[in-house]
Design a protein around this ligand. Structure first.
Ligand code: ATR
Length: 282
């Protein structure tokens, strides 16, 4: 019988995950189908229990359910528990197990494009929301040398660092401090919504003092090159947008569900095609 997978969120209509996963099923000859489900917060518990009852094999979780779903699951992977968010749910021994592949997806894409070991790198993380937490904890668990956090609200940055279960050196910085000390960083990771549609003319900080050859990664992929990435490139930095993170978080979920590795480049092409070259205006 065909195995059913999906993604739950609100809104969900513009999710690019169904195309990506259904293509991977076809490519690998797996009899599976991935369906978007529009689930409102009030219906989350009913949806999670209902999907178990009808035999769904696994699903992704997106905004606004990544944290709210946690008490509804049977087991939660320790890293997802520490991050406080689940984006991937797998049926294991008849129950639901929650994982977080956002952080690991980001780090896989970073390792691929940044080059060299991460263990000796000094990292500046911009932002202290859910995405920043997943990335910080995963980088800390992979023994990066130092991670400083710059955020508008300093207390949020401090509490993110304090609650991390993996020890890593680092401090919190105001935006002004981070700008002044930017030359100290090998890798700069942007996790806020600044630069995303409709804020495309905004950047979270000035990159005037960036180290030439530094690597700047922005988790936004629409627009494909945020203002921050454009400015960083002008200063001689290497840049990466959020496409790889999106594709790898999906690929890691796919592996957990099927035990098979999808074609990453094909997945990335599907997302690029779906954005249709109209990255800025849609
Ligand atoms: P997500 O879960 O998607 O990461 P979030 O939890 O809403 O989103 O976090 C958004 C991040 O972007 C936060 O770091 C937020 O800063 P604060 O902690 O000060 O709220 C940051 N952010 C969003 N809009 C911002 C703005 N206009 N200026 C500065 N920081 C902003």
């Amino acid at each position: 019988m065909r195995k059913l997978f999906g993604v739950i969120g609100d809104p969900i209509a513009h999710s690019m995950s169904p195309l990506m996963h259904n293509d991977a099923f076809a490519q690998l000859g797996i009899d599976g189908y991935y369906q978007p489900f529009h689930v409102k917060s009030a219906d989350l518990a009913a949806a999670v229990h209902g999907m178990k009852a009808i035999g769904v094999q696994g699903f992704n979780v997106t905004i606004p359910h990544k944290t709210a779903i946690m008490p509804l699951l049977d087991q939660i992977d320790p890293l997802a528990k520490a991050i406080g968010a689940v984006n991937t749910v797998v049926r294991e021994n008849g129950g639901w197990t929650g994982y977080n592949t956002d952080g690991a997806g980001f780090v896989q894409g970073l390792r691929e494009e940044c080059g060299g070991p991460l263990e000796d790198k000094r990292v500046l993380l911009i932002g202290a929301g859910g995405a920043a937490r997943a990335i910080y904890y995963t980088l800390a668990s992979e023994k990066v040398n130092q991670i400083d956090i710059a955020n508008r609200t300093l207390e949020k940055a401090a509490s993110l660092a304090e609650s991390c279960p993996y020890s890593v050196a680092g401090t919190v910085k105001t935006t002004q401090e981070a700008e002044a000390e930017l030359a100290a960083y090998d890798i700069i990771i942007q996790t806020t919504s600044i630069g995303m549609l409709p804020l495309i003319e905004a950047a979270p900080l000035s990159v005037e003092n960036i180290k030439p050859g530094a690597f700047v990664s922005d988790i936004i992929y629409n627009p494909f090159e945020t203002k921050l990435l454009q400015e960083a490139k002008k200063q001689g930095a290497r840049i990466q947008n959020g496409l790889k993170m999106f594709v790898y978080q999906g690929a890691l979920a796919f592996e957990k569900w099927t035990g098979q590795t999808p074609d990453i480049e094909r997945m990335a092409d599907i997302v690029r095609h779906q954005l249709g070259g109209n990255y800025v205006n849609n």
